[in-house]
Structures are given as C-alpha cells and as structure tokens.
Write a protein that binds this ligand. Structure first.
Ligand code: DHK
Length: 152
C-alpha cells in the first residue's frame, strides 16, 4: 500500500536585517549567511521528516501576513522576529491566534545585551524559546518541533 503520510510543515520566519547575516555585526551574529542557514535548515528538516518553508522579511506587515498562513497551512512556526521581538504587538497578536506550536528564536543571547533587548513581546505566546545558540539555534528549533509534533 502506498505511504500516504505527508510530512509536517514548518514555517520558519526571519525578521528585519537577518537578510544581512554574514555581513552584519559578525562578532554577534557570526559569518554564516541567511542562504547558508536556509540550506542547513532544509537538510536538518529533511533528516527529521519535516518540510520547512524558510522566509525573511524586513516588513512587520509581511511577517503578520505570513503568520496568518500558518493558521491553515503549517503545523508549527519558528520565528526569529529580530528587532520586532522588542516592539511588535502586531506580531505577538498574530502568533497568539495560532493553535500550532510557536518557537521563538534568537541567535544572540539577548539577555547579555542592551536592556531594551531583554523584553520580548513574543515570549508570552511562545511554546518554547531558544536564545544564544547562534546559528545552531535553527537546528535546535527544528529538532524541538519534530519532538513536539511526534508527541502530540
Ligand atoms: C536579532 C536581531 O536582529 C536583534 O534585533 C535581536 C536577534 C536579537 C538575534 O539574536 O537573532 O535583538
């Protein structure tokens, strides 16, 4: 009999300035580019039996629209909201509307940095938070999503 099981679908969102990874403050964010990260995420997801849709936007409204897509088309969301972490009620509200797991992800340890980065609008609606693991945080987030989805 044909295997009819489809892979779980993960929406992986990257916020403003993450398109500059590799060139942007490398002492904080490393030298890996967003394209490299996307490749690693696809490889990691494939190994976990997940499908990942990897996106980036510098626009708050675009990120909100992407999150709305998760209501019908995705089984989990991983989001690095970048600068919008600390300011965006709109992104928080969009994530709060979801019934699927939401992983909040930051490459740097925001708690070791400037005071304004210590507050997240998103944490209160996140299922889990991964902070300070650098680029490895992306693989950790996918692994945790796999764990959550296989245990539901
Ligand atoms: C990325 C950013 O662009 C910052 O605005 C956040 C986050 C931290 C990160 O560590 O990935 O404060």
């Amino acid at each position: 009999m044909a295997d009819t099981k489809t892979s779980s679908r993960v929406l992986l969102l990257n916020g403003p300035n993450l398109d500059l990874l590799g060139r942007r403050e490398p002492s904080i964010y490393g030298t890996t580019t967003l394209k490299d990260l996307e490749t690693v995420c696809h490889e990691t997801a494939a190994g976990l039996g997940l499908e990942v849709d990897f996106r980036q936007s510098n626009s708050e409204g675009a990120l909100v629209d992407y999150i709305h897509e998760a209501m019908d088309y995705f089984d989990a969301v991983i989001i690095n909201p970048a600068g919008y972490t600390h300011t965006s009620v709109a992104i928080r509200d969009a994530l709060a509307a979801l019934e699927v797991p939401v992983i909040e992800l930051h490459m740097s340890n925001v708690h070791k940095r400037e005071e304004f980065r210590h507050h997240s609008c998103v944490s209160g609606v996140a299922t889990a938070i991964i902070v300070g693991a650098g680029e490895h945080g992306y693989s950790l987030a996918l692994t945790h999503v796999s764990h959550l989805l296989s245990n539901k």
